[in-house]
Write a protein that binds this ligand. Structure first.
Ligand code: COA
Length: 440
């Protein structure tokens, strides 16, 4: 609702107006050595960030904490390294070079636990930079497409500076902040960055169809980030009564809801609702979640809590990986020594699903990378690779060649199962490499 349509019968409107200023004025309250939380994913407040970067000459040693952000992150450029130091819980494309060059830092942590780092004061927050929806008739703005860790950071911040963007969807759930909690307001009207899903390749389609064999009717789904989840969703049209409890939603979910495949009727946690903590996709997805009571946004310490996840009926977690070794160790945030992404909610959901009644914990990945030149299944992880999901946690690994069931299996059985779903060109080499192991 445009602000002019809101009847000023409540006192918040005066307060709101008194806080409105230009972006330059609003960010002038940031001081050297402040610790800043930047609302993340598709909600990074780009106008405030641009204004902050313009003030770089006056700022020194400002610490920035963030998840993955879409859009640019100029504060991570080498020119501003004296002014800003980025600390990222998840490495997106816009800070990958800075992290690998050592200018920015990566914090490996479960998404379920990040709010606790703020609430406990372990990571202090001086300033919170937000992008929220315009206030409703009661003076509440919505955090929109990124609720996740924003609530915790906002609660602890000494200073809250918000872009109030007319194009930020008004999402529902634990998604609201009252105007009285905002210190400085900058009114904006710009589109959100979009994550356009690529058309699935034949390999991704084959993986999607193999994963779909593991998805039962009435399952509650979590789908992670990357190309595979959308390919999986496209293969679920013949299922019935699916539900969603997922840290993120992408566009593919909307098709399944509109087709009546996702009903959320069989869910045991928040039945009837799609439960989520952030969304990243196209404008179609952002419009879908706008004012939609079907979609319940909650914080990531709730949605991603493995104990909450495990209470779901037939919880089925589907996440991707960069490399899997022959014992089932999953590398998902590194490619050898290169820091690539983050933990996100992979382990939260793998653990929650594994403990759920009739739950399934699935890692799905193409058998090769770099146009077929590299096998992603190998005797050992590459030097420098970190493990995100441990070999005791992963139950199923799926490639375009089939499904390897690892749970309860010996190392030898795991190796055989994983070799059987590796690319045929690499199977004998992996077997040769495995012969170095006494147990093989
Ligand atoms: N060796 C060398 N290069 C590799 C590789 C390997 N073993 N595995 C992948 N790559 C390359 C790919 O070829 C691709 O390169 P390109 O961009 O030049 O084509 C790039 O690395 C990315 O791989 P891809 O498989 O396309 O990534 P993705 O976008 O599908 O994302 C993850 C996969 C694992 C990075 C992503 O799912 C992730 O970050 N997971 C961890 C967090 C998580 O699961 N959270 C869950 C809820 S959000």
């Amino acid at each position: 609702m445009p602000l002019s349509d809101v009847k000023p019968k409540v006192s918040w409107l005066q307060e709101y107006k008194s806080k409105v200023k230009t972006a330059e004025e609003a960010v002038s309250y940031i001081k050297s050595h402040d610790s800043i939380y930047v609302q993340s994913n598709a909600a990074a407040p780009q106008i405030l960030l641009d204004a902050m970067v313009k003030q770089a000459p006056e700022l020194r040693g400002v610490k920035i904490y963030q998840l993955m952000t879409l859009g640019k992150a100029d504060y991570a450029l080498v020119d501003y390294s004296e002014s800003f130091q980025v600390n990222s819980f998840f490495i997106g494309a816009n800070v990958r070079e800075a992290v690998n060059a050592g200018r920015a830092n990566y914090i490996p942590v479960f998404l379920s636990e990040i709010p606790r780092l703020f609430l406990s004061g372990e990571i202090p927050v001086d300033v919170c930079l937000l992008q929220v929806s315009p206030p409703d008739a009661h003076g509440f703005c919505s955090y929109g497409v990124s609720v996740d860790c924003t609530v915790a950071a906002r609660k602890k911040a000494r200073l809250v500076i918000a872009e109030v963007n007319k194009q930020m969807p008004r999402t529902l759930g634990r998604a609201f902040v009252h105007v009285s909690r905002l210190d400085h307001i900058v009114e904006t009207d710009h589109s959100l960055p979009e994550l356009i899903p690529a058309k699935p390749s034949d390999i991704e389609k084959a993986i999607g169809s193999n994963v779909a064999r593991l998805v039962d009717n009435e399952a509650t789904l979590q789908l992670g980030i990357g190309a595979i989840p959308n390919a999986v969703l496209a293969n679920l049209m013949d299922k019935t009564n699916l539900g969603v409890h997922s840290e993120m939603l992408s566009d593919g979910i909307v098709d399944l809801i509109e087709a009546g495949v996702i009903t959320n009727d069989a869910k045991t946690v928040m039945p009837g609702k799609v439960a989520v903590t952030f969304v990243m996709g196209t404008r179609r997805l952002y419009d879908f979640v706008d004012n939609n009571p079907l979609v319940e946004f909650q914080t990531s310490d709730y949605i991603n809590d493995p104990f909450v996840i495990s209470q779901n009926h037939k919880m089925t977690a589907i996440n991707s990986a960069l490399q899997v070794d022959i014992t089932g160790q999953v590398a998902a945030d590194t490619i050898g020594n290169m820091l690539y992404s983050g933990f996100g909610g992979q382990v939260d959901f793998i653990r929650g699903a594994a403990h759920a009644k009739n739950g399934k914990a699935i890692i799905a990945l193409p058998s090769t990378a770099k146009g077929g030149k590299i096998s992603r299944i190998s005797a050992m992880l590459s030097n420098g690779s970190g493990v995100v999901t441990s070999r005791a946690d992963v139950h199923f690994v799926v490639t375009e060649y089939g499904i390897a069931q690892l749970y309860g299996k010996t190392l030898k059985e795991r190796a055989r199962a994983l070799i059987s779903i590796a690319h045929p060109d690499f199977r004998s080499q992996i077997e040769q490499d495995c012969k170095k192991y006494s147990w093989y």
